[in-house]
Design a protein around this ligand. Sequence first.
Ligand code: AP5
Length: 215
Amino acid sequence: MKNLIFIGPPGAGKGTQAQRLTGRLGVPQVSTGDMLRAARKAGTELGRKADEFMSKGALVPDEVVIGLVQERIALADASHGFVLDGFPRTVPQAESLDRMLAKAGKKIDDVVLLEVPDELIVERITGRRVGETSGRIYHLKYDPPPSPDRGEGGERLLLRADDREDVVRQRLADYAALTAPLVAWYAGKGLLRRVDGVGALDDVTAALFRAIGVN
Ligand code: AP5
């Protein structure tokens, strides 16, 4: 059983590596970005509210995201572990997570920081394509799909609405101001595992597995 957190700037490879790791560990990936995009697509009130922030590259208010995560990690499939991808992202979110886990008698085992310099981020994000049904993440150059607009099994590939260069700059600024302080927060608790996110995908996966003791 492992309860993990992935932290890193937009486009660092959190979703990509979380998909690989959850496949290996058999625990769910809990991506707040994916949950918010699903709510937006479904046209729920929460989705409409989240879209006001997401389309500008701003963080959605803490209370909205905290409620989503609380409900998600209480589900049966997360009882033997989970990989939190994109949460927590602010100190108040991290404090809430501590409280919700303590109540449930759980704890975080490792916090993985995927480190990628800003100058690589825009290329990664603008080349990203996501499978409409599977959510599988591709990159046109670094992890190419069978064709530029179709993924495995022929599924349609989508571009995320917030993957425009101007929006990415805002997301990077928010990461530096609001999320980067969590690095010191988790280092202070002895939970931080730094992983170099630059390099071939399989090499990053191998480094990540080593960092958290998964064979
Ligand atoms: P979210 O969906 O969490 O986006 P993000 O954190 O900005 O991260 P990304 O999904 O863009 O990147 P990633 O690190 O997962 O990279 P990926 O693996 O796809 O959040 C979106 C929005 O939702 C936020 O802006 C906010 O509005 C809201 N939100 C979400 N959570 C929130 C929270 N907790 N609080 C408040 N608001 C919240 O990889 C990127 C690309 O690079 C892919 O194409 C991939 O194939 C490629 N790639 C990956 N690794 C490599 C490699 N080693 N070499 C070359 N290419 C690579």
